[in-house]
Design a protein around this ligand. Structure first.
Ligand code: KG4
Ligand code: ZN
Length: 332
C-alpha cells in the first residue's frame, strides 16, 4: 500500500495504491480557478495553494481508501520536473510523513509517472513500447525497451502541445486551461475550415514544433477580428485537427522506423478525444497495440506517481530524507 503525492504544477494530488496497480483512492485538487484570471499558471500562487491544501488532500485520499498512515508501506512523491516551489511542497510533506511513519520514500520523475498511468488498467503494455507523452510542459516520444529505462526518440523544439492548446485558447478568448475548452469549442467547428501549417523538421528528426501553428492562429485572429462564434469554433477545430495530425504522424513514423508496434499515449493532452481517436484509427489499421489511460489518469494525478514509485521501490530504489526537488529532472 503506497501513498502517492503529486504537486509538480497546479494540481495538488494524493492517491493510495495497492499492489502497484489497484487505485484505492485518487484525489486531485485543481487550481484552475486561481490561475484562470492570468491565462496560465502563476508559480507563486501555485506553491501557496499547494501548501494550503496538501494536508487535507492527503487526509481525504487516506479517508477515501479507508486506511490510516499506519497501513502504508511506502511513500512516493514527484521529485521533478516541474515548478520548484510546487515540487518542494510535495517533497517536504512526503519526507515528513516518511520520517514520522518510518516508511521508505521514493522520488518519482513526473514523466515516468505519466507513462505508468498506462499500467493502472488491464491490459497493461508489455515491453518494448513507444510512449508519446503530451502535456502542458512536455511533448516527447520515449522508447522503453525494458522496465524503468527510457530513450528520447523525439521532443518538441519549442512549445509543448498542451502549451499550444492553452495559448490558442487565450488568443480566442476561451479561458484557461485551454485543452478542454478548445476540444469543446471544436465540436461545433469545421476542422477543414482553415489550413494551418504543419511544422516541417527539415533535418528529418522525429521532433515536434508547435510555435509555427500558434503564430499562424495569432495572425489569422488578427486579420479576421472581430470573430463570430462560428469563426472561433472553426479556428479551434482547424487548430486541433492540425495539432493532432502532427502528433499522430510523428508517432507513427517513429514507430515504423524503430519497428516498435506497441504505443502508449499519455499526459494531459491525451485526454483529448480527437487525438485518442486519430491515433486509435492509425494503430488499428496497422494491427498495432495502443494503450491510453482513462482521461482522469492522463491529466496530472498521484495514482500514476504511486504506480511508478511502486516499480522503483521493487527495483530497490530509496530516497533519503535529504532528497530535494529537481525542477529540470530528465527522464532518459
Ligand atoms: O499532464 P498535465 O495535466 O500537466 C502537465 O504535466 O503539464 O497536462 C496539462 C495540459 C494543459 O496544457 C491542458 O490544456 C492540456 O493538458 N489538456 C488538454 C485536454 N485536457 C488537458 N489538451 C487538449 N485536449 C484536452 N481535452
Ligand atoms: Zn503532467
Amino acid at each position: 500500500m503506497i501513498l502517492g503525492i503529486e504537486t509538480s504544477c497546479d494540481e495538488t494530488a494524493a492517491a493510495v495504491l495497492a499492489d502497484g496497480a489497484k487505485v484505492l483512492a485518487s484525489v486531485v485538487a485543481s487550481q484552475d480557478k486561481i490561475h484562470a484570471p492570468y491565462g496560465g499558471v502563476v508559480p507563486e500562487l501555485a506553491s501557496r495553494r499547494h501548501l494550503e491544501v496538501i494536508v487535507p488532500v492527503i487526509q481525504k485520499a487516506l479517508g477515501d481508501a479507508g486506511v490510516s498512515l499506519a497501513d502504508l508501506k511506502a511513500i512516493a512523491v514527484t521529485q521533478g520536473p516541474g515548478l520548484v516551489g510546487s515540487l518542494l511542497v510535495g517533497c517536504s510533506v512526503a519526507k515528513s510523513l516518511a520520517y514520522v511513519g518510518r516508511l521508505p520514500l521514493v522520488g518519482v520523475n513526473h514523466l515516468e509517472g505519466h507513462i505508468f498511468a498506462a499500467f493502472l488498467q488491464e491490459p497493461s503494455p508489455a515491453y518494448p513500447f513507444l510512449a508519446l507523452v503530451v502535456s502542458g510542459g512536455h511533448t516527447a516520444l520515449y522508447l522503453a525497451r525494458e522496465p524503468l529505462r527510457y530513450e528520447v526518440i523525439g521532443q518538441t523544439r519549442d512549445d509543448a502541445a498542451g502549451e499550444a492548446f492553452d495559448k490558442v485558447a487565450k488568443l480566442l478568448g476561451l479561458g484557461y486551461p485551454g485543452g478542454p475548452v478548445i476540444e469543446l469549442t471544436a465540436r461545433s467547428g469545421d476542422p477543414k475550415a482553415i489550413a494551418f501549417p504543419m511544422a516541417q523538421i527539415t533535418d528529418g528528426a522525429p521532433d515536434f514544433s508547435f510555435s509555427g501553428i500558434k503564430t499562424a492562429v495569432s495572425l489569422h485572429v488578427k486579420r479576421n477580428r472581430p470573430l463570430s462564434a462560428g469563426q472561433v469554433a472553426d479556428i479551434a477545430a482547424s487548430f486541433q485537427a492540425t495539432a493532432v495530425k502532427m502528433l499522430v504522424r510523428k508517432t507513427v513514423r517513429a514507430a515504423l522506423a524503430l519497428g516498435v508496434h506497441r504505443i502508449v499515449l499519455t499526459g494531459g493532452v491525451a485526454a483529448n478525444k480527437a487525438l485518442r481517436g486519430a491515433l486509435q484509427a492509425e494503430v488499428a489499421e496497422r494491427g498495432w497495440e495502443l494503450f491510453i489511460p482513462p482521461p482522469a489518469l492522463c491529466t496530472d494525478n498521484a495514482a500514476m506517481i504511486a504506480a511508478a514509485g511502486h516499480a522503483r521501490l521493487l527495483a530497490g530504489e530509496r530516497a533519503s530524507l535529504t532528497m530535494n526537488a529537481v525542477p529540470d529532472m530528465k527522464l532518459a
